[in-house]
Design a protein around this ligand. Structure first.
Ligand SMILES: Nc1ncnc2c1ncn2[C@@H]1O[C@H](COP(=O)(O)OP(=O)(O)OP(=O)(O)O)[C@@H](O)[C@H]1O
Ligand SMILES: [Mg+2]
Length: 348
C-alpha cells in the first residue's frame, strides 16, 4: 500500500436508528502523526475509528486520502492496520504464524514472508516466544503480537482501539512507551482511541477530545491540558474543581470571581460579563495551602504517597480539592491560594 500525505475526514457522521453516535467529525491527519481520540464512554470514539477503518459505513460526510475518496472502499482496499482491545489473535496459530498470516494472504514469496515476519518479531522483542501459542503468553506479550501483526503489513495508517485497557497498571505504562517507540521507529501514522487522558497526553502529537458524538477540541497535549476549550473538556482533563461562581469585575480577559468571600482573579475562556454565572475550573495541584488566603476547613484527607489529596469546605459551602505535601488532618482550619493564571473561567 502506498502511503499518503494527508487523510481528511470531512463531516464524518454515523447514526444508529435516530441516535447520532458521531456527528460532523472534521479532522486532517498528516503522515507520521500520532493522533489520540479521547473522551468518556459512549462519546463515539470507536464509531469514529470503525468509520475510518471501513467497518462501519458513514451516514454523512466523506474521507479523503490525498485526492482519492476512500469512504466507499471496503476495509481491505484501504490497507489500514487494526489493533483491537481484545487483540483478536488466532488461538491455534503460533506467534510467528499469527504475524505471518496477513503476508501469506497476500501471496508474497515465502522468503519475503519469512524475512519480514522475523524482523517484526524482533521489533516487538518476542524472538524467544515465536513458537508459542497466544494462550502461553502474558497480556502484554499478546498485545505486542497484535501490534506486530498489524504493522508487518506496513499499513499507511494504524488504528488502535483501547489496546491497553486489559493490562495491569505497570504493563500499561511500559506498553505506552513501547507503542510510541514503534510508531517512531517504523514511521507509522497512528490513530489511537483511549478514555485515559494521561495515556492520550503522554503518547499523542495531537488530541481529539470528544463528547456526545461531537468534537470538543483538537490540539496538542499542551494546548488541551492548559487551555481546555469548554468546561466539559476541563472536567475531562483533570480540572477536578469546577466551581459555580459569579463573575464580578472584568479587565480584558481577566475576570474576578468571589471564592469563599475572597476576590480571586482568573482568565475568561469565552464570553463572560460582570454579573454572569460562570464555572471556574482549577486543578487540585494548582490550589495551595498557604498562611493567608481563602479560609476553609479540611474535611477529608486521602494519603497518596508523597502528597495528600485534601477536600476543603469554604465558608459559602463551596468544596475544593487540593493537593499538598503538608501533613494535614481533617478538622484543621486552613487558608488557600490559587496559582496565578491557573484559574480558568467559563460561561456556565
Ligand atoms: N451497533 C450499534 N448500534 C446502536 N448503537 C450503537 C452501536 N454502536 C455504538 N452505538 C452507540 O453509539 C454511541 C457511541 O458508541 P462508541 O462505541 O463509538 O463509544 P466509545 O466512545 O467507543 O465508548 P467506549 O469508551 O465505551 O468504548 C453510544 O451511544 C453507543 O451506544
Ligand atoms: Mg469504544
Amino acid at each position: 500500500m502506498t502511503g499518503f500525505d494527508q487523510l481528511r475526514l470531512e463531516g464524518v457522521s454515523r447514526r444508529f436508528g435516530t441516535a447520532d453516535a458521531l456527528s460532523g467529525l472534521d479532522l486532517t491527519i498528516e503522515r507520521g502523526e500520532f493522533i489520540a481520540l479521547l473522551g468518556p464512554s459512549g462519546c463515539g470514539k470507536s464509531t469514529a475509528l470503525n468509520c475510518l477503518a471501513g467497518l462501519l459505513p458513514l451516514t454523512a460526510g466523506a474521507i479523503w486520502q490525498d485526492d482519492q475518496r476512500i469512504d466507499t472502499l471496503p476495509p481491505e482496499k484501504r490497507g489500514f492496520g487494526m489493533v483491537f482491545q481484545n487483540y483478536a489473535l488466532f488461538p491455534h496459530l503460533t506467534v510467528r504464524d499469527n504475524i505471518a498470516f496477513g503476508l501469506r494472504m497476500r501471496h508474497l514469496p515465502k522468503d519475503d514472508v519469512r524475512r519480514r515476519t522475523t524482523e517484526a518479531i524482533e521489533t516487538v522483542q518476542l524472538t524467544e516466544h515465536a513458537s508459542k501459542l497466544p494462550g502461553q503468553l502474558s497480556g502484554g506479550q499478546q498485545q505486542r503480537v497484535a501490534i506486530a501483526r498489524a504493522t508487518v503489513l506496513e499499513p499507511s495508517l494504524v488504528l488502535m482501539d483501547e489496546p491497553l485497557s486489559n493490562l495491569d497498571a505497570k504493563l500499561r505504562l511500559e506498553m505506552r512507551t513501547e507503542i510510541r517507540r514503534l510508531h517512531q521507529s517504523l514511521g507509522l501514522t497512528t490513530v489511537y482511541v483511549t478514555h485515559d487522558q494521561e495515556e492520550a497526553l503522554s503518547m499523542a502529537d495531537r488530541l481529539v477530545v470528544m463528547r456526545q458524538g461531537k468534537v470538543q477540541q483538537i490540539g496538542t497535549p499542551e494546548e488541551v491540558h492548559t487551555k481546555p476549550s469548554t468546561w466539559h473538556v476541563a472536567d475531562f482533563m483533570g480540572y477536578r474543581n469546577l466551581l459555580p461562581l459569579k463573575a464580578s469585575q472584568m479587565n480584558g480577559d481577566q475576570v474576578t470571581v468571589d471564592l469563599g468571600g475572597t476576590a480571586i482573579r482568573g482568565s475568561a475562556q469565552g464570553a463572560v460579563a460582570p454579573g454572569d454565572d460562570v464555572i471556574a475550573a482549577v486543578r487540585p495541584e494548582d490550589v495551595k495551602l498557604a498562611d493567608q488566603g481563602v479560609k476553609g476547613l479540611i474535611e477529608v484527607v486521602e494519603y497518596q504517597g508523597r502528597e495528600r489529596a485534601v477536600e476543603v469546605v469554604l465558608d459559602d459551602d463551596v468544596r475544593l480539592h487540593v493537593r499538598t505535601e503538608r501533613r494535614v488532618e481533617a478538622g484543621e482550619q486552613v487558608a488557600l491560594t490559587v496559582t496565578p493564571g491557573r484559574l480558568l473561567v467559563y460561561p456556565s
